[in-house]
Design a protein around this ligand. Structure first.
Ligand code: GDP
Length: 479
């Protein structure tokens, strides 16, 4: 726990130069950028007549995000759905088509605003929320920031194209997050559509649809012709029922940021997804390292709301800065408290950035972390030049697993290491293994930023040896 002289001065509402002078008087030769430990800082502050309250992240999180709700207060809530799949398989078309299934929209002029998510109301009043940014990058990026918002993944597979590389990636991302999948076999209107091939191809990726004896629902649709959208909605509602999704709607709100930007006229604008409680106009929130007093709540129909409930997406105005997708928000009791927490987090963020901490996902650090974990698993993302070598690597790694330790392969693929690979690895604290392939620029930059380790190999046994070493390191020393 440290603080710079500059920041301490700021907190005591004095100029940094004056604090430096003060410290010099006491015989401490420091600059404004010097860091002080918490005890020293406290001493100085008290000497200068300030009262001191230390805030630790643990206190903050504990105070911000309340304990689990009493089961008696939990009410059913709508499911939150993300649409994923290979490019051009029809994700955007499907989201557009589903948007039009909303019954309320017909009266109110429709879902007209793109706020990053929308909720449809079906006949009978049941609701489903869709995240409007298709693709696994957004999904996993949110997860990496601690936001688990998606309950169900709709995997779109074009019936004329079947399983493609990004289909496989999407499966890996959904699986890593532990989110159930519903397969939407799209473009069923095309003459060359072969839905049965999609079902059998999925078997190779351990997805067994119901008609083939498994428990994954599959629905044939045409986003273009709006065929069988009802069937897909039914499947989603059925899956939601199985999940027994509930939240307490009657408490201070918590949730996650879906999207955020700076609007020229309106200032910072963010779309929040409520995860429990009710968010009301006038509430004071902390979100990531920003805070604000909610000035307006606007839904995807452009209408002003007085409150938003669990699983509801809502655009909020009144924040002092732009948070990041995946940041969590919580309502706090006062503006002073909100400001205090936001400032604390901004300081932490700066410290972290300047400390340039080595990656959280290097193989060595993974080992250290895993040494204390109950289940000893080493997560990995593996990319290789040809399918044959990837299979050989996976086969050899499987053999290394014992009762005590095992390799958990999050994703494998043929081709260079992509940004999406790095995002997936980062979200699960895994390194990426590149066999005879390199990472592209975006992947390298992201890995650097997020501290994800990419290891390159060109000889299989060297790769296996390293992983074996890591697994051995994970074992408890025998006493
Ligand atoms: P995305 O990249 O997954 O978001 O795919 P898009 O929604 O942009 O669709 C890619 C192309 O496939 C577009 O030309 C769509 O018109 C077309 N498409 C999408 N759904 C269907 C469908 O159900 N049937 C047919 N025939 N074409 C479709």
């Amino acid at each position: 726990e440290t603080i710079t002289v500059q920041e301490l001065a700021q907190r005591m509402a004095m100029r940094a130069v004056d604090l430096v002078k003060e410290l010099m008087k006491q015989g401490q030769m420091v600059t404004a950028n010097a860091t002080l430990d918490a005890d020293t800082a406290e001493l100085i502050a008290v000497e200068l007549g300030h009262s001191v309250k230390r805030v630790a992240e643990a206190d903050i999180e504990e105070g911000l995000f309340g304990p689990p709700d009493d089961p008696a207060d939990m009410k059913p809530r709508p499911p939150v759905v993300t649409v994923m799949g290979h490019v051009d398989h029809g994700k955007t078309s499907l989201l557009d088509a589903l948007r039009q299934t909303d019954v309320v929209a017909r009266e109110a002029g429709g879902i007209t605003q793109h706020i990053g998510a929308y909720q449809v109301e079906l006949e009978g009043g049941r609701k489903i929320t869709f995240l409007d940014t298709p693709g696994h990058a957004a999904f996993t990026q949110m997860r990496a920031r601690g936001a688990q918002v998606t309950d169900i993944v709709v995997l779109v597979v074009a019936a004329d194209d079947s399983i493609m590389p990004q289909t496989v990636e999407a499966i890996s991302h959904a699986r890593a997050a532990g989110v159930p999948i519903i397969v939407a076999i799209n473009k069923i209107d095309r003459p060359d559509a072969d839905p049965q091939r999609v079902r059998t191809d999925l078997l190779q990726h351990e997805i067994q649809v119901e008609s083939l004896g498994g428990d994954v629902q599959d629905v044939e649709v045409s986003a273009l012709k709006k065929q069988n959208l009802d069937g897909l909605l039914e499947a989603i509602l059925l899956q939601a029922e199985l999940l027994e999704l509930k939240a307490n709607p009657d408490r201070a709100a918590e949730g996650s940021v879906v999207e955020a930007r700076l609007d020229k006229g309106r200032g910072p604008v963010a779309t929040f997804l409520i995860q429990r409680g009710a968010l009301k106009r006038g509430d004071v929130v902390v979100v990531g390292s920003e805070w604000g007093k909610i000035r307006a709540l606007i839904d995807e129909r452009g209408q002003q709301l007085s409150q938003a409930l669990p699983a509801q997406p809502v655009e909020v105005l009144g924040l002092d800065g732009v948070p990041e997708p995946g940041d969590r928000f919580a309502v706090v009791e006062s503006e002073a408290r909100a400001r205090e927490i936001a400032e604390y987090r901004q300081r932490k963020k700066r410290e972290k950035a300047s400390a340039k901490t080595a990656g959280a996902a290097s193989l060595e650090q993974m080992m250290a972390q895993l040494r204390d974990a109950e289940i000893k698993e080493l997560p990995l993302v593996i990319k290789g030049d040809v399918q044959g070598s990837v299979e050989a690597i996976v086969g050899s790694l499987d053999k290394l697993s014992t009762d005590e330790v095992r390799v958990r392969i999050l994703h494998t693929g043929v081709g260079g290491v992509s940004e999406s690979d790095v995002i997936l690895a980062g979200a699960s604290g895994a390194p990426v293994i590149g066999f005879n392939v390199r990472a592209n620029k975006d992947a390298r930059e992201r890995a650097q930023r997020e501290g994800v380790e990419i290891r390159y190999y060109s000889i299989i046994y060297e790769l296996i040896d390293d992983i074996k070493g890591a697994l051995t390191g994970m074992l408890e020393p025998e006493l």
